[in-house]
Design a binder for this molecule. Structure first.
Ligand code: SAM
Ligand code: SF4
Length: 322
């Protein structure tokens, strides 16, 4: 096919967002027939949705009719964010995370990631994307990079990379690729400034310690356009005291960043205690006094198990397997 057909196809897929090759009417009949012989458009409707009292909406998608993933639409005053999944389950087994408890069931494809964005009714109103749904995005790096290209390229959605945040526990070689090959925003899940403690909650700390992750981040410039933030779940009497706040300050010293304190969303068979708001406020105030911008992130969608770390599609196998 002539080179310009690629541009036409991208236009039909990413700008017009068609559901079938037949709809690509400026491509010749012969070429549409050839395309149909080798390809299909992976646009798929969601299976089910649930709305939270706070307005967040959780969408359930089927993957190959055998697995399930969830995405969460979060409307706010001035923005509308979609929390996207990058894997079916997760291999990282973080102690506090329901997705981690589900275990790993498979990788998503680039199509599966893009489909979450284009197949929700609120797609056109989205202003931001956060890869904070199911899975560890850097553990699916090729697919992540390809998705980011489609989202930011002129031939694709042409979004500014400033509108996209990748949240990660910090897999160092892939983190380096993300930093080198894209300009998206970064959110590092820290949760403890201490090696042994972080390792007891996030097993990958053994291989990729937070100190080394910070060492890598220090090599890049976050002073201007690009932003890095650090996510910190507060667990009652475990990591929510001033000793931790001061160690976190020393760890992050010199990096222009912000810290987001996250309320712990307990799992059914909870093993960790949640923190008091009083302690979270004291922690935040300590970091603010040290000139690190720190905020307490409000939880969204907790009543429908859509808040950070609550996504799991284990139960859907019973309800939706055909
Ligand atoms: C589900 S993860 C997905 C992205 C990536 N795998 C990561 O860990 O950063 C998104 C955020 O939710 C947090 N999280 C996980 N379980 C949580 C829980 N039970 N309560 C609050 N936040 C949780 C993670 O630490 C992370 O900051
Ligand atoms: S917190 Fe992130 S990396 Fe850890 S198990 Fe959950 S999804 Fe995976």
């Amino acid at each position: 096919m002539p080179t310009f057909t690629a541009k036409q196809i991208a236009n039909w897929l990413y700008k017009r967002r068609v559901s079938s090759i037949e709809e690509m009417t400026n491509i010749s009949l012969l070429h549409r027939k050839q395309l149909n012989e080798h390809y299909y458009i992976g646009k798929k409707e969601y299976l089910y949705k649930q709305k939270s009292m706070d307005g967040a909406i959780k969408y359930l998608f089927s993957i190959n009719n055998r697995h399930f993933i969830e995405s969460v639409y979060i409307p706010e005053k001035a923005r509308a964010t979609l929390c996207v999944s990058s894997q079916i389950g997760c291999k990282m087994h973080c102690l506090f995370c329901t997705t981690g408890r589900q275990g790993f069931e498979g990788q998503l494809t680039t199509g599966d990631i893009i489909n979450q964005i284009i197949s929700i009714p609120e797609s056109a109103s989205l202003t931001n994307l956060v890869f904070m749904g199911m899975g560890e995005p850097l553990d699916n790096i090729e697919v992540l990079l390809k998705s980011l290209e489609i989202l930011t390229a002129n031939y694709g959605f042409a979004w500014s990379p400033k509108r996209i945040t990748i949240s990660t526990v910090g897999i160092i070689p892939e983190l380096k690729r993300l930093l080198e090959e894209t300009k998206v925003r970064l959110a590092i899940s820290v949760h403890s400034p201490f090696h042994a403690e972080r390792m007891s909650w996030i097993p990958i700390e053994k291989k990729y310690p937070i100190k080394k992750i910070i060492g890598l981040i220090q090599q890049y410039n976050f002073r201007f356009q690009r932003r890095v933030s650090f996510e910190y779940i507060t667990f009652g009497r475990l990591n929510d005291d001033i000793k931790h706040a001061s160690a976190l300050f020393r760890l992050l010293k010199g990096i222009p960043c912000r810290v987001n304190l996250i309320k712990y969303h307990p799992q059914q068979d909870t093993v960790l205690p949640a923190s008091d708001l009083k302690n979270m406020i004291a922690f935040r105030n300590y970091l603010n006094s040290k000139k690190i911008i720190c905020t307490i992130r409000s939880s969204r969608g907790e009543d429908i198990s859509a808040a950070c770390g609550m996504l799991s599609t284990k139960k859907n196998k019973r309800n939706f397997l055909f």
